[in-house]
Design a binder for this molecule. Structure first.
Ligand SMILES: [Zn+2]
Length: 254
């Protein structure tokens, strides 16, 4: 049957002399692998359309349990091409695509994460001065939607509201207060200041359409990055060795 889906291309590989294979995160069916036959020929308009980052509308021949779906046609719904003007922004956007590509199995749909993905790409494309904030927002809400988020208001052991710094201990996979930290602080423990905990709360409660109203200092962004990445790696094995993440880490430590 002929199906239609909105989607964002995560990865493109050349195939045979004239075709390409694409990993696409679609709104309706989650990640799908497509083949676009014969498009690597001069003047084929699909060649310039089938590139990562933009929000596209796909028409394709869908068959259940087939490893690859055949593309019939595609159009650009929203262009995020502007993000290609800045190398730093390209790193953030590509790493976001790599994360989605890595963590999603085929045909596991999640329209909320789909919306998060294209909205964040839109922000990256429209303004490159808040890339670090957009990336943190993406990591937080991705993790939350996938069902991984510790309680960041109360200590996981004594249930007291955090009044001071919290400690993310790799051994307990959760946030605890310093009173409950029975051992001395280990090198692997991550300390999150009370200010950064408040920022997490703000990120949690702010609608994505109001993201530009968030004001978070680069010190807090760095702490949140270190915490969120460690937390995600602890809970999701597939967060290891994501291409691009090392480069992004350097940007938070600048
Ligand atoms: Zn405690």
């Amino acid at each position: 049957m002929i199906a239609e889906s909105q989607g964002v291309i995560l990865k493109v590989f050349p195939y045979s002399n004239t075709s390409v294979i694409l990993n696409v995160f679609t709104k309706e069916r989650g990640k799908l692998t497509f083949i676009a036959k014969g498009i690597r020929k001069p003047k084929n308009p699909l060649l310039s359309i089938l590139q990562p980052f933009n929000l596209l509308e796909f028409q394709y021949y869908y068959k259940e349990n087939r490893a690859m779906q055949l593309i019939k046609d595609a159009d650009i719904l929203i262009s995020f091409d502007h993000l290609r003007n800045n190398l730093n922004t390209i790193f953030f956007a590509s790493t976001i695509l790599n994360i989605i590509n890595r963590i999603f199995e085929q045909e596991y749909s999640n329209p909320i994460i789909f919306r998060l993905l294209y909205k964040i790409l839109g922000y990256l494309s429209s303004n490159d001065t808040h890339n670090k904030l957009y990336f943190i927002f993406f990591l937080f809400h991705l993790s939350k939607q996938l069902g991984f988020m510790p309680n960041f208001e109360r200590c996981n052991v004594c249930n007291m509201l955090f009044e001071y710094d919290a400690i993310f201990s790799l051994s307990s996979h959760s946030l605890i207060c310093s009173n409950c930290n029975i051992h001395n602080v280990l090198d692997t423990d991550i300390i999150i200041s009370n200010g950064s905990l408040s920022c997490l709360n703000l990120i949690n409660t702010t609608n994505i359409n109001k993201i530009t109203e968030l004001k978070i200092s680069s010190i807090n962004l760095k702490e949140l990055y270190v915490f969120l990445i460690s937390f995600m790696k602890c809970n999701m094995a597939y967060m290891d060795n994501i291409k691009g993440l090392e480069k992004i880490e350097c940007m938070y430590h600048d």
